[in-house]
Each structure stands twice: as structure tokens, then as C-alpha cells.
Ligand binder design. Structure first.
Ligand SMILES: Cc1ncc(COP(=O)(O)O)c(C=O)c1O
Length: 392
């Protein structure tokens, strides 16, 4: 298999030997798989060949998309889940026991934070939030029951890039495993496994699926590390349907093309916003003004299609600006071909205590723009006309 990402995205994981000679995998909707005779069942049970007999343990469409995802992430193995959150939850529940500690950088997806602070804590797991990139505090917090350090790269929604080399060095020195959620970067922009990270997780709902039409997650890592997670999910069955796996397989083939366009538009739009008089502040890792620009240059091949920015104005004016946009529609996701826009203060934090919201850096006038694959100039023209409407 070629090492080229465009070739891997199209061909990795697909045997290209089909009984029906189709170019693509058929969708195998069976929930159970049969055996020709008892000898064939015994051969499988004795490990003479790998296969699944019941769809909760895996099935052909899921297996081939796992192989493609592992190839794209440069990992030995991958497991596909019904959502990004189930990938994270199953990993945490596998590696953490009561009394163990999970350390995580506090700037992360709010549901991840909620799962740690509300649910894992209820199981007696110590979940400690550390200021993002505060390595002194991180080192200080490590103890002999610390099992895992978790961070997003880049973070949601401020696009902070963590110092990955420092994180891995610290964790390895202390014998602690690491997990990176690189949903907001996508595997063609970074492969954290190559930097020594143990686990990589993605909400495949975002760039990987890429069409705003499926929900899935993936966990990548070594065969040995993933086996206990696979076994737990064999019991729980947090898996997508074969149809969803097939759609993900199709989406992945155009991932490098889509992400190249999103990288290009993301940078151009961030530069446009940074110069606009109605914009207070832009958070985009590819802008020199971003506090972690140097880390972004070091770790990312492209900076992605997600841009957060604060308008000069209040929540109502920000809403008027969003309503005036014609191409991006109001929605909570990112990474798809269709541009989406949201005001995080409303979409994710409407009922959150204002003090907590402030401490998380969620300004009332913060806008999160998830750039799709529409023409870059069309998107900039749309933003321009929406800004003009604020003057009326
Ligand atoms: C960074 C990040 N990780 C994980 C998730 C959860 O993924 P899913 O919605 O597929 O469960 C999200 C969802 O928005 C996310 O933004």
C-alpha cells in the first residue's frame, strides 16, 4: 500500500476481491454469521482464522472501515463506535478503576468534561482538570494512580494547540498513557501516534464522515492496548450500523480533498476576519496572533476549517450577524461539506452559570464558524454582506 494519504484514503482496508466484482464493498446487514459445519465453528473458536459470528463483536463493513482509519492514523489498530463520545467513554471505562486518576486539559468539548466530572467521578475515578498547556501543574498532579492524560488537539472551541512533545515526554517519564482527541484537526493534518501518543480518538461525525449525515467515533492505538476496549464494546455494542460504516467508508475516500479545501478556506477566512473592523478577536491556529501559533506550525500540516471569533458587539448583534449569513446555516457540528455557524453561548452554554461560561472563555459575542467545501470567495462575500447588514 502506498504511503500517500490520497491513495490510502481510497484503498486502505478494502480487499478489492469481491464475489460480485463490485468496485466498492456491499453493505452486509447480517446481525449473525453462519458456519458451514461444526468443524468450521471449531476452527474459528480455536483461533485458526479470525472472524466474527455476531455483529456486536464486529462485521465486514465495520472491519474494513477500521482498517482504513488505522491506515490514515498510522496506528496498528482502530475500533469504530456509534459516536465520538462512546469511543471516549469506553476507553475511560476500560483503563480507569476506582481510585485511579485521569488528568485532562480543561479546554475541551463540554460533554467530555461533563462525562469526566459527573459520571466518572461517581465511579470513584479521580478526574482532575489542568489548565491547558500548564505543564508544571500537570507534572505536580501526577501520582502513582494516574493512568491516563487526555487532551484535545486543537481544543474546542478556542483552537489551542497543545505542546504534544512535552506532553508525551512527561507522560512517558512517569509511565502514564496518553490520549489525544484530534477531531478538530483530522488525520491528514496530524497523526499523534507518530509523536508517541498511545490513543487517538475522533468524533467521526465531523471531518471523517464529512457530510453531516452520520454519527460515529473511532479509537486508534496498538492492537494490545485496544483489545480490552474491543472486548468491553463486544459486551456493550456501542457500534454503528453497517450502513453508517459504509457511508463513513465512502466519506473517508474524499477526506484529503475535502480537508485541503477546508484548510485553504479556513486560513483565508481567518485572515479576512482578523482585518475586519467589526471583529474583536479571531481564534485560528494558523494566524500568527494565536497564542499557540508556533505549536500549530510544528504539529499541524493544515489548520482546518474551524474558526472562532468574537464580534465587537453584544449577544443580540451577534445573533443578527449570524442570521444575516446566507451560506452557513445555524447548526452545532463541524467538518462537513456544508458550512455551519453557531453562537456557542446559545448552542452549548445557554443554561450554564454565566461565571462558569466566562471562566471557559465563552463570550456572548463568540461565533464558531465551521467552514465547509463551498467556494472560498463565496464564503468571504457572504460574511462581508452580513457585516454590512450590521450597519443598517
Ligand atoms: C472535540 C470533540 N470530541 C468529541 C466529540 C463527540 O463526538 P460525537 O458527537 O460523535 O459523539 C465532539 C462533538 O462535537 C467534539 O467536538
Amino acid at each position: 500500500m502506498s504511503e500517500n494519504v490520497f491513495t490510502k484514503a481510497v484503498h486502505a482496508g478494502e480487499a478489492h476481491v469481491r464475489s460480485d466484482y463490485g468496485v466498492v464493498d456491499s453493505i452486509q446487514s447480517s446481525s449473525a454469521f453462519t458456519f458451514a459445519d461444526t468443524a468450521a465453528l471449531l476452527a474459528m473458536l480455536n483461533g485458526e482464522h479470525a472472524r466474527d459470528e455476531y455483529a456486536r463483536y464486529g462485521s465486514p463493513n465495520l472491519r474494513s472501515v477500521e482498517l482504513k482509519l488505522a491506515a490514515l492514523e498510522a496506528s496498528e489498530s482502530a475500533i469504530i463506535f456509534s459516536s465520538g463520545m462512546s469511543a471516549l467513554a469506553l476507553l475511560f471505562l476500560t483503563v480507569l478503576r476506582p481510585g485511579d486518576q485521569l488528568l485532562y486539559f480543561d479546554s475541551c468539548y463540554h460533554r467530555t468534561r461533563q462525562f469526566c466530572s459527573e459520571y466518572l467521578r461517581a465511579f470513584g475515578i479521580r478526574c482532575t482538570a489542568i489548565g491547558t498547556n500548564d505543564f508544571e501543574a500537570l507534572a505536580e498532579a501526577c501520582d502513582d494512580r494516574t493512568r491516563l492524560i487526555f487532551a484535545e488537539l486543537p481544543t474546542n472551541p478556542h483552537l489551542t494547540v497543545i505542546d504534544l512533545d512535552r506532553l508525551v515526554a512527561l507522560a512517558k517519564a512517569k509511565g502514564i498513557q496518553t490520549c489525544i482527541d484530534s477531531t478538530l484537526a483530522g488525520p491528514t493534518n496530524i497523526q499523534p501516534i507518530l509523536s508517541g501518543v498511545d490513543y487517538v480518538v475522533h468524533s467521526a461525525t465531523k471531518y471523517l464522515g464529512g457530510h453531516n449525515d452520520l454519527l460515529a467515533g473511532v479509537l486508534c492505538g496498538s492492537e494490545a492496548d485496544l483489545l480490552p476496549v474491543r472486548n468491553l464494546n463486544g459486551i456493550l455494542g456501542a457500534i454503528p450500523s453497517p450502513h453508517t460504516a459504509h457511508m463513513l467508508q465512502r466519506g473517508l475516500k474524499t477526506l484529503p480533498l475535502r480537508l485541503a479545501q477546508q484548510n485553504k478556506s479556513g486560513l483565508a477566512i481567518a485572515q479576512f476576519l482578523a482585518l475586519h473592523p467589526r471583529v474583536q478577536k479571531v481564534y485560528y491556529p494558523g494566524l500568527e496572533t494565536h497564542p499557540t501559533y508556533n505549536l500549530a506550525r510544528k504539529h499541524l500540516k493544515g489548520f482546518g476549517g474551524l474558526i472562532s471569533f468574537e464580534l465587537k458587539g453584544d449577544a443580540q448583534e451577534t445573533g443578527r450577524f449570524i442570521d444575516a449569513l446566507k451560506i452557513p446555516r445555524i447548526g452545532p457540528s463541524l467538518g462537513g461539506v456544508e458550512s455551519l455557524v453557531e453562537q456557542p453561548y446559545l448552542m452549548s452554554f445557554y443554561k450554564t452559570d454565566p461565571e462558569v461560561r466566562k471562566s471557559l472563555g465563552i463570550a456572548d459575542s463568540l461565533v464558531r464558524l465551521a467552514v465547509g467545501i463551498e467556494d472560498t470567495d463565496d464564503l468571504i462575500a457572504d460574511l462581508t454582506q452580513a457585516f454590512r447588514q450590521l450597519e443598517n
